[in-house]
Design a binder for this molecule. Structure first.
Ligand SMILES: [Zn+2]
Ligand SMILES: [Zn+2]
Length: 344
């Protein structure tokens, strides 16, 4: 089980319940912005916890098998049959429900660190939701929450709630990348804040931002981002395209087949061709085999934010650079491969 998150003086804490984010608001405007942030954070948390994860499945599958190993013999003993009827249906439902519940609790536990860091980035105490606005910074760089005593490095506050409307937290990517089978995931920035990383085609980057970068720079970034894993993508696409052509050649074997069966075969071949064609296209255009850390490394090498492609500010004393546009934090010098997507 992952350890509880700690504040910046090493004291463990539980992140405040999202419903309590507006708890200490002292004006209507404060309350509104806290509620807005609460909705965004809830959406972000739900998205991360819903994303399928192999590591979570390693826990949920044995549990489900264990429950089934007890439930079905019990059914056999109680009802004389272990399949059929309402009891076994109930057993299946309970097992699936349990799997879902365990999966969600694991992902929420893993997300605590990211949720806490995101709350502090917005200028709230992650432990009690008290506003960190205008508080004194101690010599060690920390702000101490007057309400609960938790300590937070002041430099964490990169999206303060008191500066007006913030760019949305990890907005949903536009339709185009999703049509191209690209769904950039939510990742943790260098200080743990949940952000959506850019996609390798820069389609999730706002058009005016792409314009500001200039077509030359955009092309260079795309090439650098997509340089990794290219061979695997093209090989897979070639295999799928070959399979598609093979399915198409089946059409020549339909001589002498009687009519209803012939039409069924033609429809089947057509559907198979389309499916394999799409899969081949998806393999070429998708992001298969591009490591998560490659995005951060490539963007920061260009002095750009790996989330929104905005310009990064100068490096601070801890070696962090903050995005001027969205407040995401990135390491100025990137260490060797250490991908850490949330909830993975
Ligand atoms: Zn507090
Ligand atoms: Zn940014």
């Amino acid at each position: 089980m992952p350890r509880a998150p700690v504040d910046d003086r090493g004291v463990p804490y539980q992140p405040v319940a999202l419903a309590e984010l507006a708890l200490h608001a002292d004006s209507q405007a404060d309350r509104d912005s806290a509620r807005r942030f609460q909705r965004q954070l809830k959406r972000v948390r739900d998205e991360v916890s819903r994303r399928w994860s192999f590591r979570r499945m390693l826990v949920t599958m044995p549990v489900a098998l264990g429950v089934a190993a007890v439930a079905f013999p019990a059914l056999l003993w109680l009802f004389g049959a272990w399949t059929g009827g309402i009891p076994s249906m109930l057993a299946v439902l309970v097992t699936f429900g349990l799997m879902q519940w365990i999966d969600r609790s694991i992902s929420l536990r893993r997300l605590r660190h990211g949720v806490g860091a995101t709350i502090v980035a917005h200028g709230y105490c992650a432990r009690c939701a008290y506003s960190l606005k205008g508080l004194e910074t101690h010599p060690d760089g920390a702000i101490v929450c007057p309400e609960c005593g938790a300590a937070w490095i002041a430099a964490r506050i990169t999206r303060p709630h008191w500066t007006g409307v913030q760019p949305p937290l990890a907005e949903t990517p536009p339709l185009l990348p999703r049509l191209l089978f690209i769904r950039p995931p939510l990742v943790n920035d260098a200080r743990g804040v949940l952000v959506r990383r850019m996609d390798s085609w820069l389609l999730s980057v706002w058009p005016d931002r792409r314009q500001a970068l200039g077509s030359e720079r955009v092309r260079r970034l795309r090439r650098a981002l997509r340089s990794r894993g290219r061979w695997l993508r093209w090989t897979l696409a070639a295999f799928l395209a070959a399979a598609m052509i093979w399915v198409l050649t089946l059409l020549t074997h339909l001589e002498g087949v009687e009519d209803p069966a012939k039409w069924l075969a033609i429809i089947g071949i057509g559907a198979g061709t389309l499916l394999l064609g799409f899969a081949s296209l998806a393999a070429v255009l998708g992001e298969l085999n591009i490591p998560e850390s490659h995005f951060e490394r490539t963007a920061t090498a260009e002095g750009l934010c790996a989330a929104c492609a905005g310009e990064l500010g100068p490096a601070d004393t801890d070696g962090y650079r903050v995005c001027i546009a969205c407040g995401a934090t990135w390491r100025a010098e990137h260490p060797p491969d250490q991908p850490a997507p949330p909830g993975a």
